[in-house]
Design a protein around this ligand. Structure first.
Ligand code: SF4
Length: 257
């Protein structure tokens, strides 16, 4: 086991960079890439990593991950098979306008073992994503055994008064009325589109620490990109265990995704 990864307990997958939203707070920018991770390599990575490390959580997100439903399902099936307890999906809930297809996808992901769904709804997502389809998806996955929460992005902080947060509170209440709770959500970090469209809300002269940044000498969560990149290596070219074994804190300085 690599000493810099001894506390590794979480694997995240950017399943695809393709997205149905065009959010002005998106940290990934304009989503020009349509990369999607190979489902066999991704699920194989879960099995191999879980054999060597004490993985407690697997998370799939994107882009919009349910544009690649089969990949999401394969990843979570592998996680369940390896007895990884938390199997989480973050989705904007909008991948189809066909209500039968929405139900069909919902059933598939529940069957695959997803047990936690964070539904990204807020003022930013709903500028381009119609709520009616998101609500149909929420109804279809709101079943026993799945922890479903709405998961907003807050501007400045969750209690700041600004027009975006006001709109977000309004949208969340539509879900809360049906018994769906709100997660802690996240506070928008100034990167990608957020700098471009919401710059006036940030003090860009002051250095803001990215809350998602890992300590390179004590990595606890790894995130595989849609193009297979991870910790200076790529699962399309190397075995995932070789990548993890050869990692040092200097790897990241010398490599680019
Ligand atoms: S914030 Fe999420 S839903 Fe919106 S464009 Fe970015 S990845 Fe897509």
């Amino acid at each position: 086991m690599n000493k810099y990864l001894k506390n590794l307990n979480r694997i995240e997958f950017v399943v695809t960079m393709a997205c149905t939203g065009k959010c002005k707070h998106c940290s990934q920018g304009e989503h020009k890439s349509n990369d999607r991770i190979d489902k066999a390599l991704a699920s194989d990575a879960v099995r191999k990593i879980a054999k060597e490390y004490n993985i407690k959580s697997v998370m799939t997100f994107g882009g919009e991950p349910l544009l690649c439903c089969e990949t999401v399902c394969e990843i979570h099936k592998a996680a369940r098979e390896m007895s990884i307890p938390q199997r989480q999906l973050i989705t904007n809930g909008y991948f189809s306008k066909d209500y039968d297809e929405i139900k069909n996808v919902a059933q598939k992901i529940i069957k695959s073992g997803v047990n936690e769904i964070l539904l990204s709804v807020d003022a930013f997502h709903q500028e381009t994503i119609p709520l009616e389809y998101v609500k149909a998806f929420a109804d279809a996955v709101n079943v026993h055994g799945v922890k479903l929460q709405v998961h907003p992005a807050w501007l400045v902080s969750s209690d700041d008064d600004n027009p975006y947060n006001d709109k977000t509170r309004e949208i969340l209440s539509e879900f809360n009325h049906t018994g769906i709770e709100t997660s802690k959500g996240n506070v928008i970090f100034p990167s990608g589109n957020a700098i471009k469209y919401l710059g006036e809300y940030f003090n860009l002269k002051k250095e803001i620490k990215n809350p998602y940044q890992e300590d390179p000498a004590d990595i606890r969560a790894i995130c595989l990109s849609a193009n297979g990149y991870i910790l200076g290596g790529n699962i399309y070219k190397q075995d995932i265990i070789d990548i993890l074994d050869s990692y040092t804190p200097y790897t990241l300085i010398n490599s680019k995704p």
